[in-house]
Design a protein around this ligand. Sequence first.
Ligand SMILES: [Zn+2]
Length: 441
Amino acid sequence: MRLSFRPRIPGPAPSRALWLQIAACAVLAWAWWRATPAIYVPPVWPHPAQTVAPETLAAPAPAQPPVAPPVQSASLGANTIEVIVQANDTLDSIFRRLKLGLADLASLRALPGLKRMLDALKPGEALHLTERDGDLVGFKRRLSPSETLNVTRDGQGFSADVLKNPLETHVRTASGTIDRSLYEAVAAAGARDQTALALAQIFGWDIDFALDIRPGDSFAVTYEELFEDGKFVKDGAVLAAMFRNNGRVYRAARYVDPTGAANYYTPEGRSLRRAFLRTPVDFTRVSSTFDLHRMHPILNLIRAHTGVDYAAPMGTPVHAAGSGHVRFMGDKGGYGNAVEIDHSQGIVTVYGHLSRFAQGIHVGSRVNQGELIAYVGMTGLATGPHLHYEYRVNGVFENPQSVHLPDALPIEGEWLADFKEKSAPLFASLDGATVITLVAR
Ligand SMILES: [Zn+2]
């Protein structure tokens, strides 16, 4: 689009008074232009105000006093337009509407990885286009609550960056007492499902949230809420939490250690995690419990069931219960395809009836807790897809559902003082919230 303005005055040459009037208008227009934010919301394009270039207007007014120079010479004459995307709009149609060069759009699209970020405009979303004399010099699109695409002219071409949107963090403490479910109690305390889920994850090592929750159990949780321009975007991390289950109180605070790893610890610095997952698979149901006197469904004779059977759809991922190294992988008779992991200190876990093994896993592989090792199947003696899982200590079969699982490592000694200093106010905020809850009841 060309930004130019020629006063069309019919009849004889303009009088001196008219020129003065134009000069006065020019000063006002310039002042208005300087004071207006760079972003306009034009109800229609072209907006009448934007067809007027202040420099052009100011030109025929030699008597006018000097005006403050533009802050950035690069932005001189540049014009940022906020476009609210309409139904059926494409960048193509928007560029045509704004009379912007389609070649610029083509070079924008040609930038590596950018096509995806330019497609699928959502009606109602705002795009910010900056142009100078019909040439695109800048383009901004919010990709997500946390990211904005920022394209700027770079010589003949363009360069693109994905910027992090600045988010404001508010710390909030919520507390409540469970009547029916944790989710309902968390919602009643003004927090969201994500916080309920975080509580279940933090304390899930000690409390079975499906079976152990009692009416009257209570919680307090201090967590972050992230805002942008005063609008809630999402929940951040849970900083500290307390859960009272059946009279027992569990407390935890989050600590990001100097290596950047975040974990939850008790006030004494013990890890809330265990060295082993209780169940190494997302199961549908327990199809057979640990029972040393069981009638075998296929062999039809009393035969000890030395593990737990977790029924799960074919192909469900199976994870290493704890860190260790793979000591066996392959076909193992009635177990079908099986993996055995040696966790040292006499502990071995066994995974049977697998359909296949995960890529990169072989005998001798070092695996971490939670790492994908194989997939649920029904190889060997199995009536349906399930994982047969065993936990052995010094060659003795233990019940995986009830065996005492060793704690994960506590906080490093050298970081303990730092943790205690940082977590003290968090634990204090939880205790304060708990007192309020007790008073309120
Ligand atoms: Zn079994």
